[in-house]
Design a protein around this ligand. Sequence first.
Ligand SMILES: N[C@@H](CCC[C@H](N)C(=O)O)C(=O)O
Length: 297
Amino acid sequence: MAGMVQFAKMNGLGNEILVVDMRGRADFVLPEAAIALAGDKATAFDQIMAIHDPRIKGTDAYIDILNSDGSKAQSCGNGTRCVVQALGAETGKQIFTFQTVAGILNAREHEDGMISVDMGTPEFNWEKIPLGEEFRDTRMIELQVGPIDAPVLHSPSAVSMGNPHAVFWVDDDVNSYDLDRFGPLLESHPVFPERANISIARIRSRDELDLRTWERGAGLTRACGSAACAAAVSAARIGRTERRVTVNVPGGPLLIDWNEDNNKVTMTGPAEWEFSGQLDPSTGHWQPDAPQGENRA
Ligand SMILES: N[C@@H](CCC[C@H](N)C(=O)O)C(=O)O
Protein backbone atom coordinates (compact mmCIF):
# COMPACT_ATOMS: atom_id res chain seq x y z
CA MET A 1 0.00 0.00 0.00
CA ALA A 2 1.59 3.26 -1.09
CA GLY A 3 1.31 6.68 0.48
CA MET A 4 2.63 8.78 3.29
CA VAL A 5 1.40 8.60 6.90
CA GLN A 6 1.50 11.16 9.68
CA PHE A 7 4.12 10.83 12.43
CA ALA A 8 5.20 12.70 15.54
CA LYS A 9 8.76 12.78 16.87
CA MET A 10 8.41 12.60 20.65
CA ASN A 11 10.42 11.48 23.65
CA GLY A 12 9.77 9.92 27.03
CA LEU A 13 12.52 11.21 29.35
CA GLY A 14 14.90 11.29 26.38
CA ASN A 15 13.93 7.82 25.08
CA GLU A 16 13.58 8.83 21.41
CA ILE A 17 10.22 7.79 19.96
CA LEU A 18 8.48 8.08 16.57
CA VAL A 19 4.71 7.73 16.91
CA VAL A 20 3.46 6.67 13.47
CA ASP A 21 -0.24 6.76 12.56
CA MET A 22 -0.99 3.56 10.59
CA ARG A 23 -4.74 3.66 11.29
CA GLY A 24 -6.91 2.86 8.30
CA ARG A 25 -4.15 0.87 6.60
CA ALA A 26 -3.38 -2.83 6.35
CA ASP A 27 0.39 -2.52 5.93
CA PHE A 28 3.14 -2.13 8.56
CA VAL A 29 6.19 0.03 9.08
CA LEU A 30 8.86 -2.12 7.44
CA PRO A 31 12.22 -2.87 9.12
CA GLU A 32 14.08 -1.20 6.21
CA ALA A 33 12.04 1.99 6.72
CA ALA A 34 12.84 1.91 10.45
CA ILE A 35 16.56 1.50 9.75
CA ALA A 36 16.51 4.42 7.26
CA LEU A 37 14.70 6.69 9.76
CA ALA A 38 17.06 5.67 12.56
CA GLY A 39 20.04 6.57 10.36
CA ASP A 40 18.80 10.13 9.72
CA LYS A 41 19.92 12.54 12.47
CA ALA A 42 16.58 14.41 12.42
CA THR A 43 14.41 11.31 12.89
CA ALA A 44 16.90 9.10 14.83
CA PHE A 45 14.84 7.13 17.35
CA ASP A 46 15.06 4.28 19.85
CA GLN A 47 11.54 2.90 19.16
CA ILE A 48 8.77 3.36 16.63
CA MET A 49 5.26 3.07 18.08
CA ALA A 50 3.06 2.33 15.05
CA ILE A 51 -0.61 2.89 15.91
CA HIS A 52 -2.95 0.52 14.02
CA ASP A 53 -6.72 0.09 14.10
CA PRO A 54 -7.93 -1.92 17.12
CA ARG A 55 -8.03 -5.69 16.58
CA ILE A 56 -10.21 -6.48 19.58
CA LYS A 57 -13.27 -4.85 21.09
CA GLY A 58 -12.64 -2.61 24.08
CA THR A 59 -9.19 -1.48 22.95
CA ASP A 60 -8.29 1.89 21.42
CA ALA A 61 -5.52 0.69 19.13
CA TYR A 62 -3.11 -2.11 18.27
CA ILE A 63 0.48 -0.95 18.66
CA ASP A 64 3.34 -2.44 16.69
CA ILE A 65 6.74 -1.64 18.25
CA LEU A 66 10.02 -1.53 16.32
CA ASN A 67 13.55 -0.97 17.61
CA SER A 68 16.03 1.17 15.70
CA ASP A 69 17.71 -1.93 14.24
CA GLY A 70 14.36 -2.86 12.63
CA SER A 71 13.60 -5.70 15.09
CA LYS A 72 10.27 -5.96 16.91
CA ALA A 73 9.81 -5.33 20.64
CA GLN A 74 6.97 -6.61 22.80
CA SER A 75 6.88 -3.67 25.16
CA CYS A 76 7.92 -0.02 25.40
CA GLY A 77 6.87 1.97 28.45
CA ASN A 78 8.20 5.37 27.41
CA GLY A 79 6.76 4.96 23.92
CA THR A 80 3.36 4.03 25.36
CA ARG A 81 3.30 7.32 27.29
CA CYS A 82 4.06 9.16 24.03
CA VAL A 83 1.14 7.38 22.31
CA VAL A 84 -1.17 8.35 25.18
CA GLN A 85 -0.14 12.00 24.91
CA ALA A 86 -0.55 12.02 21.10
CA LEU A 87 -3.97 10.32 21.14
CA GLY A 88 -5.06 12.37 24.17
CA ALA A 89 -4.32 15.60 22.27
CA GLU A 90 -6.28 14.28 19.28
CA THR A 91 -9.33 12.92 21.10
CA GLY A 92 -9.48 14.69 24.48
CA LYS A 93 -9.54 11.26 26.14
CA GLN A 94 -7.42 10.52 29.20
CA ILE A 95 -7.84 6.77 29.57
CA PHE A 96 -6.65 4.28 26.94
CA THR A 97 -6.41 0.53 26.45
CA PHE A 98 -3.91 -0.77 23.90
CA GLN A 99 -3.13 -4.19 22.51
CA THR A 100 0.47 -5.16 21.75
CA VAL A 101 1.97 -8.49 20.80
CA ALA A 102 2.59 -9.02 24.56
CA GLY A 103 -1.03 -8.37 25.61
CA ILE A 104 -3.22 -5.55 26.88
CA LEU A 105 -1.86 -2.29 28.34
CA ASN A 106 -3.97 0.21 30.28
CA ALA A 107 -2.84 3.82 30.49
CA ARG A 108 -4.05 7.13 31.87
CA GLU A 109 -3.03 10.77 31.47
CA HIS A 110 -3.29 12.77 34.72
CA GLU A 111 -4.37 16.40 35.11
CA ASP A 112 -0.73 17.49 35.55
CA GLY A 113 0.24 15.90 32.21
CA MET A 114 2.05 12.94 33.79
CA ILE A 115 1.09 9.57 32.31
CA SER A 116 0.74 6.20 34.06
CA VAL A 117 0.97 2.91 32.19
CA ASP A 118 0.11 -0.48 33.69
CA MET A 119 3.02 -2.48 32.29
CA GLY A 120 1.38 -5.80 33.19
CA THR A 121 2.57 -8.84 35.11
CA PRO A 122 6.29 -9.49 35.50
CA GLU A 123 7.32 -13.03 34.49
CA PHE A 124 10.10 -14.72 36.47
CA ASN A 125 9.96 -18.25 35.03
CA TRP A 126 13.23 -18.94 33.13
CA GLU A 127 11.46 -20.58 30.18
CA LYS A 128 9.14 -17.62 29.73
CA ILE A 129 11.71 -14.81 30.08
CA PRO A 130 13.21 -16.69 28.09
CA LEU A 131 16.61 -17.93 29.28
CA GLY A 132 18.64 -20.47 27.35
CA GLU A 133 19.12 -22.84 30.28
CA GLU A 134 17.25 -23.76 33.44
CA PHE A 135 17.52 -21.35 36.38
CA ARG A 136 15.15 -22.27 39.19
CA ASP A 137 15.79 -18.96 40.90
CA THR A 138 15.93 -15.99 38.51
CA ARG A 139 16.52 -13.46 41.32
CA MET A 140 20.22 -13.98 40.56
CA ILE A 141 21.40 -16.00 37.60
CA GLU A 142 24.89 -17.26 36.88
CA LEU A 143 26.43 -14.81 34.42
CA GLN A 144 29.47 -12.62 34.78
CA VAL A 145 31.65 -10.13 32.97
CA GLY A 146 35.40 -10.00 33.61
CA PRO A 147 37.88 -12.34 35.31
CA ILE A 148 36.34 -15.36 37.00
CA ASP A 149 37.85 -14.49 40.40
CA ALA A 150 37.16 -10.73 40.17
CA PRO A 151 34.15 -10.12 37.92
CA VAL A 152 33.25 -6.54 37.00
CA LEU A 153 29.54 -7.44 36.82
CA HIS A 154 27.88 -10.64 37.98
CA SER A 155 24.70 -12.44 39.11
CA PRO A 156 22.02 -10.34 37.38
CA SER A 157 18.34 -10.64 38.14
CA ALA A 158 16.34 -11.82 35.11
CA VAL A 159 12.72 -10.93 34.39
CA SER A 160 10.35 -10.38 31.49
CA MET A 161 8.15 -7.27 31.39
CA GLY A 162 6.73 -8.63 28.13
CA ASN A 163 10.33 -8.24 26.91
CA PRO A 164 13.46 -9.85 28.38
CA HIS A 165 15.62 -7.97 30.91
CA ALA A 166 18.76 -8.65 32.93
CA VAL A 167 19.65 -6.29 35.78
CA PHE A 168 23.20 -6.24 37.21
CA TRP A 169 23.50 -4.80 40.75
CA VAL A 170 26.40 -2.50 41.59
CA ASP A 171 27.37 -0.51 44.70
CA ASP A 172 29.00 2.45 42.98
CA ASP A 173 28.16 4.98 40.24
CA VAL A 174 26.25 3.32 37.37
CA ASN A 175 28.06 5.70 34.99
CA SER A 176 31.44 4.25 35.91
CA TYR A 177 30.70 1.02 33.97
CA ASP A 178 31.48 0.68 30.28
CA LEU A 179 27.97 -0.36 29.26
CA ASP A 180 28.78 0.63 25.68
CA ARG A 181 31.27 -2.25 25.63
CA PHE A 182 29.50 -4.87 27.81
CA GLY A 183 26.00 -4.14 26.50
CA PRO A 184 26.31 -5.58 22.99
CA LEU A 185 28.12 -8.70 24.26
CA LEU A 186 25.55 -9.39 26.97
CA GLU A 187 22.53 -8.52 24.79
CA SER A 188 23.39 -11.42 22.48
CA HIS A 189 24.81 -13.84 25.08
CA PRO A 190 23.59 -17.44 24.50
CA VAL A 191 21.78 -17.35 27.87
CA PHE A 192 19.32 -14.93 26.19
CA PRO A 193 17.94 -16.79 23.14
CA GLU A 194 15.77 -13.78 22.17
CA ARG A 195 18.51 -11.33 23.19
CA ALA A 196 17.87 -9.09 26.22
CA ASN A 197 17.83 -5.54 27.51
CA ILE A 198 20.85 -5.16 29.81
CA SER A 199 20.78 -2.79 32.79
CA ILE A 200 23.13 -1.73 35.56
CA ALA A 201 21.37 -0.66 38.76
CA ARG A 202 22.46 0.89 42.04
CA ILE A 203 20.11 0.81 45.00
CA ARG A 204 20.27 4.17 46.79
CA SER A 205 17.64 3.51 49.47
CA ARG A 206 14.55 1.39 50.01
CA ASP A 207 12.68 3.69 47.62
CA GLU A 208 15.23 4.90 45.08
CA LEU A 209 17.39 3.31 42.35
CA ASP A 210 19.78 4.61 39.68
CA LEU A 211 19.65 2.78 36.36
CA ARG A 212 21.39 2.73 32.97
CA THR A 213 20.24 0.47 30.15
CA TRP A 214 21.66 -0.99 26.99
CA GLU A 215 18.50 -1.72 25.01
CA ARG A 216 18.10 -4.78 22.85
CA GLY A 217 17.94 -3.57 19.26
CA ALA A 218 18.58 0.07 20.12
CA GLY A 219 21.76 0.40 22.22
CA LEU A 220 22.37 2.90 25.02
CA THR A 221 19.31 5.04 25.68
CA ARG A 222 18.50 7.91 28.04
CA ALA A 223 15.51 6.03 29.44
CA CYS A 224 13.96 2.58 29.24
CA GLY A 225 10.58 2.25 30.93
CA SER A 226 10.34 -1.52 30.86
CA ALA A 227 13.90 -1.72 32.29
CA ALA A 228 12.88 0.65 35.10
CA CYS A 229 9.99 -1.73 35.87
CA ALA A 230 12.30 -4.77 35.60
CA ALA A 231 14.79 -3.20 38.01
CA ALA A 232 12.09 -2.13 40.46
CA VAL A 233 10.42 -5.56 40.70
CA SER A 234 13.80 -7.31 40.86
CA ALA A 235 15.01 -5.04 43.69
CA ALA A 236 11.81 -5.68 45.64
CA ARG A 237 12.10 -9.40 44.95
CA ILE A 238 15.58 -9.60 46.46
CA GLY A 239 14.23 -7.69 49.47
CA ARG A 240 16.29 -4.54 49.02
CA THR A 241 13.50 -2.04 48.27
CA GLU A 242 9.81 -1.43 48.85
CA ARG A 243 7.36 -1.96 45.99
CA ARG A 244 7.04 1.74 45.22
CA VAL A 245 10.32 3.30 44.07
CA THR A 246 11.73 6.18 42.06
CA VAL A 247 14.02 4.95 39.33
CA ASN A 248 16.51 7.59 38.14
CA VAL A 249 17.43 6.98 34.50
CA PRO A 250 19.79 9.34 32.59
CA GLY A 251 16.76 11.28 31.28
CA GLY A 252 15.16 11.79 34.74
CA PRO A 253 12.98 10.01 37.30
CA LEU A 254 10.25 7.41 36.72
CA LEU A 255 7.90 6.33 39.50
CA ILE A 256 7.33 2.57 39.60
CA ASP A 257 4.70 0.87 41.74
CA TRP A 258 4.35 -2.96 41.91
CA ASN A 259 1.03 -3.97 43.44
CA GLU A 260 0.67 -6.46 46.30
CA ASP A 261 -1.11 -8.98 44.01
CA ASN A 262 2.06 -9.10 41.87
CA ASN A 263 0.10 -8.65 38.64
CA LYS A 264 0.49 -4.94 37.90
CA VAL A 265 3.53 -2.72 37.56
CA THR A 266 2.51 0.91 37.13
CA MET A 267 5.02 3.29 35.61
CA THR A 268 4.45 7.06 35.79
CA GLY A 269 6.40 9.72 33.93
CA PRO A 270 6.23 12.46 31.28
CA ALA A 271 6.07 12.53 27.47
CA GLU A 272 7.19 15.34 25.19
CA TRP A 273 6.21 16.29 21.61
CA GLU A 274 9.06 17.61 19.37
CA PHE A 275 7.84 17.90 15.75
CA SER A 276 5.61 16.18 13.23
CA GLY A 277 5.76 15.15 9.60
CA GLN A 278 4.80 12.51 7.07
CA LEU A 279 6.72 9.37 6.22
CA ASP A 280 6.56 6.44 3.86
CA PRO A 281 6.29 3.29 6.02
CA SER A 282 7.87 1.09 3.37
CA THR A 283 10.98 3.21 2.62
CA GLY A 284 11.39 5.65 5.51
CA HIS A 285 11.37 8.69 3.19
CA TRP A 286 9.94 11.60 5.18
CA GLN A 287 9.19 15.31 5.20
CA PRO A 288 8.41 17.66 8.08
CA ASP A 289 5.01 19.31 8.42
CA ALA A 290 4.98 23.01 7.54
CA PRO A 291 5.54 25.07 10.71
CA GLN A 292 2.27 26.25 12.25
CA GLY A 293 1.07 29.51 10.80
CA GLU A 294 2.65 28.86 7.41
CA ASN A 295 0.32 28.44 4.49
CA ARG A 296 -0.16 24.72 3.79
CA ALA A 297 -1.22 24.01 0.20
N1 LIG B 1 12.49 1.84 25.52
C1 LIG B 1 11.56 0.85 25.87
C2 LIG B 1 11.87 -0.58 25.68
C3 LIG B 1 12.16 -0.89 24.27
C4 LIG B 1 12.14 -2.31 23.82
C5 LIG B 1 13.45 -2.99 23.92
N2 LIG B 1 14.54 -2.38 23.24
C6 LIG B 1 13.25 -4.44 23.49
O1 LIG B 1 13.60 -4.84 22.37
O2 LIG B 1 12.75 -5.20 24.32
C7 LIG B 1 10.80 1.16 27.13
O3 LIG B 1 10.67 2.36 27.44
O4 LIG B 1 10.26 0.26 27.75
